[in-house]
Design a protein around this ligand. Structure first.
Ligand code: FES
Ligand SMILES: [Fe+2]
Length: 393
């Protein structure tokens, strides 16, 4: 198994120092106790099976969260250059995200205004100045305007200005592209300024997308999310991969509405290490794990950052867009090697371990067992998050 902890650093530019982080992150990191001083408190909490298996709950989440507030669809890092377009299957809808020459990032329904065909069929990033429908070759600008119709003289009274792509209100937030799926005014009231500031300090908006993978998971989106809100499973589920590098629970947790930031010192962490190596890579000492409203997961590693968007399709089906971000494309063979091994490892850990756990858990939940899930003191962030989410339902 690859051992990321033993990898040598690829280049100086890939390093984030403590001082590069936001003031708020730095203050939180300074509160992380030494490993020997960590105190975990027991907890008694449960949630009914139906929150993971019930149609009623799923419909309520759709109505009051995913169709009510702006939700993430992709990362700005996917479209760094003007003249790029990428299709995303998100929340059961075909979407198209473009970065046009005017510098705007826009989100559209990926459907031609002639008869509805998708304009872009795969999920690769395309460099284009226009998009042509594969069916009858209607052509659109990256701003969504209909600019060309084949044999247009055969359409009586066609007003091209009324047949632009259907655009959804959208905004970028800490490097994440959010869109309002129901097409009404953008509602970003649940997003946290602090999270956007943290994401920016972590380099998410300016990152290079080293790897992008879409997972189809047979589990409720919250079953997929839970392992990213608790450390209880890490030394157990990940015993053969990364388990020995992490303590059982995050020590500093800050919540910003339904947004959670968890900070954990690496095994053997002591606060004095911050000053002993203030110019060193902070990601060697501290792991950041975020849940951004409602379904953005960010986990930092030494030389890369993982971002996941957990998109519910059905009660027991979730699409996960996984992105491995690096500060820059590999510039040396050593960096290329580190990134390649890291990508293999992380896909195996998340895909082969966390997402597998989600699927085998959903199988039991869908059979009605347990009637209520039960949470311990090492899983209390799940309860923080659910409590905030439940206020919106
Ligand atoms: S459906 Fe797109 S041109 Fe006909
Ligand atoms: Fe995990």
């Amino acid at each position: 198994m690859n051992n990321v902890a033993e990898m040598t650093k690829p280049s100086e530019r890939t390093i984030t120092r403590l001082a590069d982080l936001s003031k708020n992150q730095q203050a939180a990191i300074r509160r992380i106790p030494g490993e020997k001083d960590i105190v975990n408190v027991p907890l008694a909490a449960t949630r009914p099976n139906a929150i993971f298996t019930g149609r009623e709950r799923f419909d309520a989440e759709q109505k009051k969260i995913f169709q009510r507030f702006a939700v993430p669809v992709t990362l700005t890092a996917m479209l760094p250059e003007p003249g790029s377009v990428v299709a995303v299957e998100a929340y059961g809808k075909p979407l198209l995200v473009s970065h046009s020459r005017d510098g705007e990032i826009r989100v559209f329904i990926n459907a031609c205004q002639h008869k509805g065909s998708k304009l872009v069929e795969d999920c690769a990033v395309h460099k284009r100045s226009r998009m042509t429908c594969p069916y009858h070759a209607w052509t659109y600008g990256l701003d969504g305007k209909l600019i060309g119709v084949a044999r247009s003289e055969m359409f009586l009274g066609l007003d091209k200005s009324k047949r632009g792509l259907k655009q959804l209100p959208s905004q970028t937030w800490g490097g994440v592209v959010y869109a309002q799926l129901d097409g009404t005014d953008l509602d970003i009231s649940q997003l946290s300024d602090q999270i956007a500031e943290d994401f920016t300090a972590l380099g998410i908006p300016s990152a290079h997308v080293y790897g992008h993978k879409v997972f189809q998971i047979k589990a409720n989106w919250k079953v997929v999310l839970e392992p990213f809100l608790e450390g209880y499973h890490v030394q157990r589920l990940h015993a053969a991969s990364i388990g020995d590098k992490y303590v059982d629970a995050a020590s500093i947790v800050d919540t910003f509405g339904a947004n959670v930031r968890q900070l954990t010192g690496r095994i053997g962490y002591d606060p004095s290490m911050l000053d002993e190596d203030s110019e060193g890579n902070i990601h060697k000492l501290v792991t950041h794990a975020y849940t951004g409203f409602p379904n953005v997961v960010v986990v930092t590693s030494q030389y890369y950052t993982s971002v996941m968007l957990l998109m519910p399709n059905a009660v027991d089906h979730t699409t996960v867009q996984y992105f491995m971000l690096t500060p820059e494309a590999a510039t040396t063979p050593k960096a290329a090697d580190v990134f390649e091994r890291s990508y293999k490892l992380i896909i195996e850990v998340f895909g082969g371990e966390d997402f597998r756990a989600a699927e085998i858990t959903q199988a039991g939940l869908s059979a009605g067992v347990p009637e209520a899930t039960i949470y311990c003191g090492l899983e209390e962030n799940i309860i923080h998050y659910y409590t905030a989410l439940e206020k919106l339902l």
